[in-house]
Design a protein around this ligand. Structure first.
Ligand SMILES: [Zn+2]
Length: 235
């Protein structure tokens, strides 16, 4: 099993699906993570350029802690993610050609912010592009139709899950990986009094309540042509 998770900002995958990604790793899957935006606007004091570098490092370390084989960074500035941008689609297609995933996990297409929604579309567009041989310059063509799951939204707002993954055994590592995004998590805790790790634990517990386990992450399939097969794709 090969898995590609595509998040917008460097900490989005840790928030929404890193328990599931860790569970995939523990089951022997090859997991690839990709963040599309570099998060360069995500701090009040640190300037965009150094912040992008700091956050790339945080994403690398958190991804390694989860057990990802590789963490891709498309390095697009915050609020500049555009799912119709040809260079961005080509870059995403190359990520898909390298990862060769059996399944893709990305943001819900009704998520709360523009960059998240554009990332969701970019993941789908890049996957489609990955199968086009005449657009495949750097790597051999892969395939255009890859089963895709949308991950939970922030605090679960406007998201109606159909699939749950029991992450009771992975919750602590998930939260530790999230805490590795120090420029965000520690900053919010020390300066704004917002305990983001506690919020994510609470949301994971809430999703757990819904499916009868201690902690869970929630998903729904992107139901377009061709529909998902009967193959079980979540761990
Ligand atoms: Zn985000």
């Amino acid at each position: 099993m090969r898995v590609l998770a595509v998040g917008c900002h460097p900490d989005d995958l840790e928030i929404a699906c890193s328990g599931t990604l860790r569970k995939y790793v523990e089951q022997g899957a090859e997991v690839y993570m990709c963040h599309v935006a570099n998060g360069d606007q995500g701090h009040v004091i640190i300037e965009p350029e150094p912040l992008a570098r700091i956050r790339a490092g945080e994403a690398e370390r958190a991804g390694a802690y989860i057990g990802a084989k590789q963490v891709f960074n498309l390095n697009i500035s915050d609020m500049q993610v555009n799912s119709h941008d040809q260079a961005a689609i080509d870059a995403m297609a190359d990520v898909v050609r390298i990862a060769q995933p059996d399944v893709i996990i990305t943001h819900d297409d009704g998520d709360y912010m523009q960059d998240h929604v554009e990332t969701s579309r970019l993941a789908v567009n890049g996957a489609f592009m990955s199968g086009l041989p005449h657009r495949s310059v750097n790597y051999p063509a892969f395939q255009s139709f890859i089963p895709t799951f949308f991950m939970d939204t922030l605090a679960g707002v406007n998201f109606m899950p159909t699939h749950y993954v029991d992450i009771t055994g992975q919750i602590e590592r998930k939260l530790e990986a999230l805490a590795m995004h120090e420029s965000q998590i520690r900053w919010m805790l020390e300066h704004d009094g917002i305990d983001f790790v506690d919020m994510v634990r609470t949301c994971s517990k809430y999703r757990g309540f819904q499916c009868g386990v201690a902690y869970a992450e929630a998903f729904r399939p992107y139901n377009v042509y061709p529909r998902h097969s009967t193959k079980h794709l979540l761990p």
